[in-house]
Design a protein. Structure first.
Length: 218
């Protein structure tokens, strides 16, 4: 990759104009580039390195750097947090986000990142656990429930599937029973729990601090 860092860390905030205006040269002949974006400009929420790239080329590039980290969120009731989980999973090049239960969820919070993120649906938690077993992933349930160990003091498995619950019930009894371990995030205030999407971000980042290779980060 030759381009500099992500948009958020650079100066441009609203994307880029047509290639000819930005660079003063003819459009490059590279199959990763999208002719329409080269002609019209690219205002998508993608890092600068991916400006003008087709969606397929972006996905293929992220695919070369995806982590052995899978995320699952149980969607039996409220889906309010799933979009945020998907967005963070995309930022961290998580392998796949698994949605368990209801297939439908509100994509708004994902801010279009779901287009670049592998998603997989499972009807039941049993199906999810079966998938983990078949693909050699250790299941880590994330919730502050009895039996949990502190995330901050735990070595997470490299080949990892983290399962998150939802507002109200938290993780299902089935997920807790099927997990190799349950981890909780230390809290210090009055609230009984934190938002599931925030919890997912903390847990994913903890895995990255243990297993991520920063030489591959933006
Ligand atoms: C809002 S919580 C609800 C359940 C929670 N056990 C309770 O007592 O209310 C929803 C989800 O967020 C995650 N979560 C929230 N706070 C957490 C914490 N301190 N440690 C680990 N996970 C947490 C878990 O995945 C949980 O299932």
């Amino acid at each position: 990759m030759t381009a500099p860092g992500p948009t958020e860390w650079g100066t441009g905030t609203n994307g880029v104009g047509p290639w000819a205006d930005e660079h003063g040269t003819a459009s490059p002949d590279d199959p990763r580039y999208d002719p329409e974006l080269l002609r019209d400009g690219d205002a998508r929420n993608v890092v600068d390195a991916y400006r003008y790239w087709t969606r397929e080329a972006i996905i293929a590039d992220i695919d070369t750097r995806r982590h052995r980290l899978h995320i699952a969120i149980e969607n039996f009731g409220s889906d309010a947090n799933i979009g945020g989980v998907v967005r963070t999973a995309n930022a961290f090049a998580v392998d796949t986000v698994h949605i368990v239960g209801r297939r439908r969820w509100n994509r708004r919070g994902a801010m279009v990142t779901d287009r670049y993120q592998r998603l997989q649906h499972h009807d039941t938690t049993a199906e999810l656990l079966e998938f983990a077993g078949a693909t050699g992933l250790s299941v880590v349930a994330v919730d502050n429930v009895p039996g949990a160990v502190r995330l901050e003091e735990t070595q997470l498995p490299r080949d990892c599937l983290m399962v998150f619950g939802q507002e109200g019930p938290g993780i299902s009894a089935e997920a807790a029973a099927g997990a190799a371990m349950i981890v909780s995030i230390a809290q210090f205030g009055s609230t009984r729990s934190i938002n599931a999407s925030v919890a997912a971000g903390i847990a994913m980042h903890t895995w990255l601090t243990q297993w991520g290779d920063l030489s591959h980060a933006w």
